[in-house]
Design a protein around this ligand. Structure first.
Ligand SMILES: [Zn+2]
Length: 301
């Protein structure tokens, strides 16, 4: 477990098609100083709009998690955040030249490669871990998310789709960098052809193709190369959960159980957590006493 904060050694620039806008969107990942946190910026606007992660600036739809401020949004932040959570990167400025982050191949692979090519750089400030003192549970009638006190991050995800290629799948793991890279980072998002065509017809999606996701018809996977693992679907759900947990802007240590969950439910769990003042505290690392006075950028916004 990382004791110290990390940023990246140099700026790295990515570019890809936005699935909603259908336009080419540039994303710059820039190093930031210790205790800075993760700052998103809508760099295409004049003046640019900066969005620091906080319970007030994060939200979700059925299909994506997003950050927002002053009526401006950046959609599809979850796979980049999963890469940042998985690689334990704390401080970064994320300049996005458009209203969404490109999906690339639908997994965290492109973000992981970019971050590793830029190089992780340790910073001599302690990380702050959020630890729970009591259980938090939310449900929407279909799915549920339960966060339980723990000294490490363990996630367990279950999905259930009445589809011959998916069905019921479960994955449980203790999250560390190695496991994130080998078990989750490659898993692509997935969608159903009829729903995607409907979104194309209504104008909700102007981009998107078999290059950005696993696409299924009523019976099978349509991508010519098939799946990257037989249970790629639930691995992607775990990747989404890991990304959504980093909407906190800080690492959380908890046992997280997500059953038939959604981005909306993940965000609801985090926002519920923040309404319970005595349910959690900041810790420098497991086994140490909680931090009483801490400069927490998440609460400054
Ligand atoms: Zn996803």
């Amino acid at each position: 477990m990382e004791l110290f904060q990390h940023t990246i050694s140099q700026r790295v620039v990515l570019s890809g098609e936005g699935v909603v806008s259908g336009e080419e969107i540039r994303v710059e990942l820039c190093p930031a100083p210790p205790n800075h946190g993760l700052l998103f910026e809508r760099a295409d606007l004049d003046p640019p709009v900066s969005i620091l992660l906080s319970p007030k600036t994060v939200a979700a739809t059925e299909g994506t998690s997003f950050v927002h401020k002053d009526g401006q949004r950046i959609l599809f932040v979850e796979h980049l955040l999963a890469a940042l959570n998985g690689l334990a990167i704390d401080n970064l400025v994320i300049r996005v030249h458009g209203p969404e982050i490109p999906l690339f191949d639908g997994s965290a692979k492109v973000f992981v490669e970019a971050l590793l090519s830029a190089g992780r750089r340790p910073q001599w400030s302690l990380r702050r871990y959020l630890r729970l003192h009591e259980e938090i549970a939310v449900s929407d009638g279909v799915g549920r998310v339960v966060l339980r006190p723990s000294t490490e991050l363990k996630i367990s995800c279950t999905i259930e789709f009445p589809h011959p290629a998916i069905g019921r799948q479960t994955i449980s793991l203790s999250v560390c960098q190695e496991k994130f890279l080998s078990e989750l980072s490659f898993a692509r998002t997935f969608g159903f052809l009829d729903q995607i065509l409907a979104k194309r017809r209504s104008g909700e999606f102007r981009g998107g193709s078999l290059e950005n996701a696993i696409i299924l018809d009523h019976e099978k996977v349509l991508n010519p190369d098939g799946l990257r693992s037989p249970d790629e679907f639930v691995r992607h759900k775990a990747l989404d959960l890991l990304g959504d947990l980093y909407l906190l802007g800080f690492p959380i240590l908890a046992e997280v159980e997500a059953v038939r969950s959604s981005h909306k439910l993940h965000v609801q769990a985090l926002q519920t957590l923040f309404t319970r003042e005595f349910a959690w505290a900041w810790y420098p690392s497991p086994g140490r006493l909680p931090i009483r006075q801490v400069w927490a950028p998440s609460f400054a916004a």
